[in-house]
Write a protein that binds this ligand. Structure first.
Ligand SMILES: [Zn+2]
Length: 249
């Protein structure tokens, strides 16, 4: 009796074969970033290296991975009407909402000449800060204040809110986030003085871990005249106290 060798049609082999044809979009994007020598840490923007069409494919890939996470968490997403679409919702939320600062370009910010040559300090705040900690992927919620001593370029005041929102919409640690926001503002308008303060609560400290709901973290960045002139620095902190710094988290 001769035994005919079994043809390679088992589920596993089929999957392996399919996988070799179809590379995940995340792998294609990662290889592109590595070729260009671009860092892709959690708090880096990689929007310049992804097309809108690739972003859609990326959401599909993330949805599949989240589904397998829920499978591993042993949640019956087939029969549980509450979690049936959760993988889809969370993938969309990551890419288009809470982490949009990684996958979507910075909102357009037009700068104008400082026609009246204003050189007084102005401050803005509170600006709502919504982010997530890159250690635990749970929310960081708080407020920020900006202080500017203008040079020859200015931007509309609402643009500060948009910049803060874009930079903060990534997984972060607060100290690095503050530096990143300051860098973006500095690059845009090169002010004579720049101050930026974040005061925020970290859910990784209140929801889990030490479970302390009252602790807040404050970071301040002072550059240019705010660093060299103690009067300017004091004026900034006096002004943000008047802007509710003590009351808001
Ligand atoms: Zn954390």
């Amino acid at each position: 009796m001769t035994i005919t060798p079994h043809r390679s049609t088992t589920g596993n082999e089929r999957n392996c074969k399919d996988f070799s044809y179809k590379r995940p979009i995340s792998q294609i994007i990662r290889e592109r970033l590595e070729r260009e020598n671009v860092s892709y840490f959690a708090n880096d923007s990689i929007a310049e290296y992804i097309t809108a069409a690739e972003r859609e494919l990326l959401k599909q890939e993330i949805e599949e991975k989240l589904q397998s996470l829920f499978d591993s968490l042993i949640i019956d997403t087939v029969n549980d009407h509450n979690t049936r679409e959760t993988a889809h919702r969370v993938a969309k939320m990551y890419v288009d909402e809470v982490f949009k600062g990684r996958y979507h370009p910075m909102p357009k910010v037009t700068d104008f000449p400082n026609a009246k040559e204003l050189d007084e300090i102005y401050t803005l705040g509170p600006i709502t800060v919504r982010s997530a900690c890159s250690h635990h992927f749970v929310p960081i919620i708080g407020h920020a204040w900006v202080g500017i001593i203008p040079s020859d370029r200015v931007i509309g005041i609402s643009k500060f809110n948009r910049i803060v929102d874009w930079v903060m919409s990534r997984p972060h640690i607060q100290e690095e986030a503050a530096v990143m926001v300051a860098d973006v503002i500095e690059k845009l308008i090169k002010p004579k003085g720049l101050a930026f303060v974040i005061k925020a609560q970290h859910m990784c400290m209140s929801w889990r871990g030490v479970k302390e709901p009252e602790t807040k973290m404050i970071n301040s960045i002072v550059r240019g005249a705010f660093r060299t002139d103690p009067h300017a620095k004091k004026e900034f902190f006096d002004l943000i106290r008047a802007h509710g710094f003590n009351d808001h988290c």
